[in-house]
Write a protein that binds this ligand. Structure first.
Ligand code: SAH
Length: 208
């Protein structure tokens, strides 16, 4: 028997993602599978598949589904990559990455959020390829570097350039950047050189 969120989840994938241009089949499949209703406050479950961000406690928010899909698609994942994620939050984006990449190393500055995400993802949902660390994302996770991909889900005023040292050759970074006005930026490392593309305007909590 299917749970009551199956239909809203499929509708979200169709209307909010596919019809708006998300093409990556692995991203669409991941978002059709991860139970977003478990990542938000229990009282808000009926809004789990609404077309917007939602509160996750500690004054933080989970991004709009489209933004999660768009950022994941920009990472051009093939399935085996190791990904550094900065800003675990609820762990929803971590789960989408765990479905589309190889290993996810997720750093969160608020201990309660990291612990709750670890409990949900590892204990309840059984993910074995997501690793959690409490700390400042600007420092990355040197023990597991270099990463094939780096994703920020909190916005620095300027990109913390030290993180590029933890990005492997041919790697991609996707990050919201800006103070007030934010833009999504994609960086690529090729021949040791970083090139950047500015994409859409976004609204994320600041990287602290
Ligand atoms: N991707 C998350 C939402 C992230 S909200 C999800 O799917 O739910 C942004 C998160 O970044 C918040 O949890 C916030 O506490 C965290 N954050 C802010 N500054 C940080 C920093 N310097 N290092 C690590 N995490 C940080």
């Amino acid at each position: 028997m299917e749970d009551r969120f199956g239909q809203p989840r499929r509708d979200m994938v169709e209307r909010q993602l596919r019809q708006r241009g998300i093409r990556d089949q692995a991203v669409l499949a991941a978002m059709g599978k991860v139970p977003r209703e478990l990542f938000i406050e229990a009282g808000l479950r009926d809004s789990a598949y609404a077309d917007g961000p939602l509160p996750i406690g500690c004054r933080q928010t989970i991004s709009q589904p489209y933004i999660v899909a768009y950022m994941t698609e920009l990472l051009e994942l093939q399935g085996g990559e190791s990904v550094l994620e900065i800003g675990t939050g609820s762990g929803y984006q971590s789960a989408v990455l765990a479905e589309t990449a190889g290993r996810v190393y997720s750093v969160e500055v608020i201990p309660e959020l990291s612990a709750a995400a670890g409990d949900l993802l590892s204990t309840r949902l059984g993910y074995r390829n997501i690793f959690f660390r409490v700390g400042r994302g600007q420092e990355g996770w040197p023990e597991f570097a270099p990463f094939h991909r780096i994703l920020l889900t909190a916005a620095p005023a300027a990109f913390p350039a030290g993180l590029f040292a933890q990005l492997g050759e041919g790697g991609i970074v996707v990050a919201p950047v800006g103070d007030g006005e934010q833009r999504l930026i994609r960086y690529r490392k090729q021949g040791g050189v970083i090139r950047s593309d500015e994409l859409i305007g976004v609204v994320f909590v600041p990287l602290v």
